[in-house]
Design a protein around this ligand. Sequence first.
Ligand code: FUL
Length: 453
Amino acid sequence: MARIQCLKFKLFIRIIIPLLSVFAAAKIQAQVKFGPTPTKEQLAWHDKEFYLFMHFGPNTFTDLEWGHGSENPNVFNPTAIDCDQWVSTAKAAGAKGIIITAKHHDGFCLWPSKYSKHTVRESSWLNGKGDVLKMLSEACKKGGIEMGVYISPWDRNHPLYGTPAYNDVYINTMKELLTNYGRFFELWWDGANGEGPNGKKQQYDFTKFKDSALAYQPQLVIFSDIGPHIRWIGNERGIINATNWNLLDTVGFKRGEGAPPNDTLNIGNFNGKNWIGAEADVSIRKGWFYHQEEDSTVKSGAALFNLYLQSVGHGGNMLLNVPPNRKGLIDSLDVASLMSFKKIRDKAFKTNLFKNAIVRKTKTGMQIILAHPVAINTIQLQELIEFGQRVITFEIKAGTRKNNMKTIFTGTTIGHKRITQFPIQTVQYITLNILETKAAPLLKAPCGYLIQN
Ligand code: FUL
């Protein structure tokens, strides 16, 4: 009994006190938010980290990437659609949600929209009675996973596209989706804007789009090149710069062609006026839609893990596109790769080697003292971003004795999560020095890992 109490006491000293001191520091500064800070919805979005994108529609059956909008609706004919399989696959992969292309650029609506004549209702799939949004929203609810919608503003089918009246069509379309299928966590606005069926481009009324969407679902986090809530990262390779500010200046910029340069979107603005986190969208395959001829391009679990380190590990979120096949199922090749990705993640982050460490705050950061030397090659850092993103540059020193510490990593920005990697080191003492910061740094307890193939 006495031994157990002693162990408990030791545990208290090792884990709870250091954590308390970190959180106490956070509390003292609670009123001192620095610069732009995330809303509670943005904060919850940051914590999702990884979720799936699903591109599905006529393109799945015509092998196009950008449908023309003139496709016969009958081409859309998934023979064995099973949204429960999508959800169970997402859950097994550790993904926190699914974002579906409710309408891609071809204008085809995966639900029977009143505002279009190019929908599942016009197809012979399930005798025109099918509704993918209904199926998926029910499956997500049943499976306890969140859902989001991509609704392409660009519409190559709608006869009113290119006229002011189309803006109301788009708003009505959003309203249908946002009021009939439950709550969504995210709304995705694609920046692509080409010509409609009459050869005209649309002048989008994004202010009205945003106000309407948030009036229907105020908790929505809206994605586009420039937010309002989360931003594109300037590439579709899934890679966010190691320097990543959750801040962006949007005045004078537009979505699509008028967006900030891609490298700005990839890094954010050091002194940006708005909190707009980075979302890395990337496909598991070459294209966004399923094409059998691209089966050989499915990324391996290891390749996905590498992208995870460069998106989530660089303080952003990973939106991985896993497009259903012509049956209406996540293809077995993609499932296998997702499961391998999950296994690699689980193995990598299973043992936090700093779990029982003594963590002390120092003037310039933190000192971590382990009970005995361990081999590590990864340290995960996190700022308490609810108080603002503060750290500009940092270094990590480590060694087996207090007096033989060497620098093992220098980096820029931490934000929601920074997974630092370096060659394997045997260490017992680790020091994190914050070299430059905008305000007193507020960090969660760091974690240490040995990640091996
Ligand atoms: C792009 C689109 O044009 C692609 O088809 C795809 O939907 C991708 C996620 O965004 O801008």
